[in-house]
Design a protein around this ligand. Structure first.
Ligand code: FAD
Length: 80
C-alpha cells in the first residue's frame, strides 16, 4: 500500500510553503521534515514525498521522491 506525502502542518494548498527539504549527500538524499493528514499514512510501505531541494534554491526547486517508509529515520506519530 502506498501514499502521497505533500500536506504539512504549515503547508496545505500553498504548495510553495512546503518546508520539507531534500539535500544531496554522498550515497543518496537526506530528507528532513514532517507531513500531516495523509491518507494511508498508518499503513503505507512506500510514499511519494514532496520536498524542497537545494539544487536550485533561487527557484525553490522541488523534488518528488519515492521513499520506503521502513527506512531508518522515518517515524509515524498519531495526530491529536
Ligand atoms: C480526507 C483527506 C485526505 C487527505 N489525504 C492527503 C494525502 O494523502 N496526502 C497529502 O499530502 N495530503 C492529504 N490531505 C491534506 C490535503 O492535501 C490538504 O488538506 C489540502 O492541501 C488543503 O490544505 P489545508 O487543509 O491546510 O487548507 P489551507 O491550505 O489552509 O486552505 C484553507 C482554505 O483556504 C483556501 N485557500 C488557500 N489558499 C488560498 C488562496 N491563495 N486564495 C484563496 N483561497 C485560498 C483553500 O481553498 C481552503 O478553502 C488530505 C486531506 C483530507 C481532508
Amino acid at each position: 500500500m502506498g501514499g502521497t506525502s505533500l500536506a504539512e502542518p504549515g503547508a496545505g494548498s500553498d504548495f510553495r510553503a512546503i518546508a520539507t527539504t531534500a539535500r544531496k549527500v554522498e550515497g543518496g538524499w537526506l530528507l528532513d521534515g514532517e507531513n500531516a493528514w495523509l491518507t494511508n499514512a498508518a499503513f503505507a510501505e512506500i510514499t511519494l514525498l514532496y520536498a524542497q531541494t537545494d539544487s536550485a534554491p533561487e527557484t525553490k526547486g522541488f523534488a518528488v521522491i519515492l521513499i520506503d517508509t521502513n527506512a531508518p529515520g522515518f517515524e509515524r506519530l498519531k495526530i491529536h
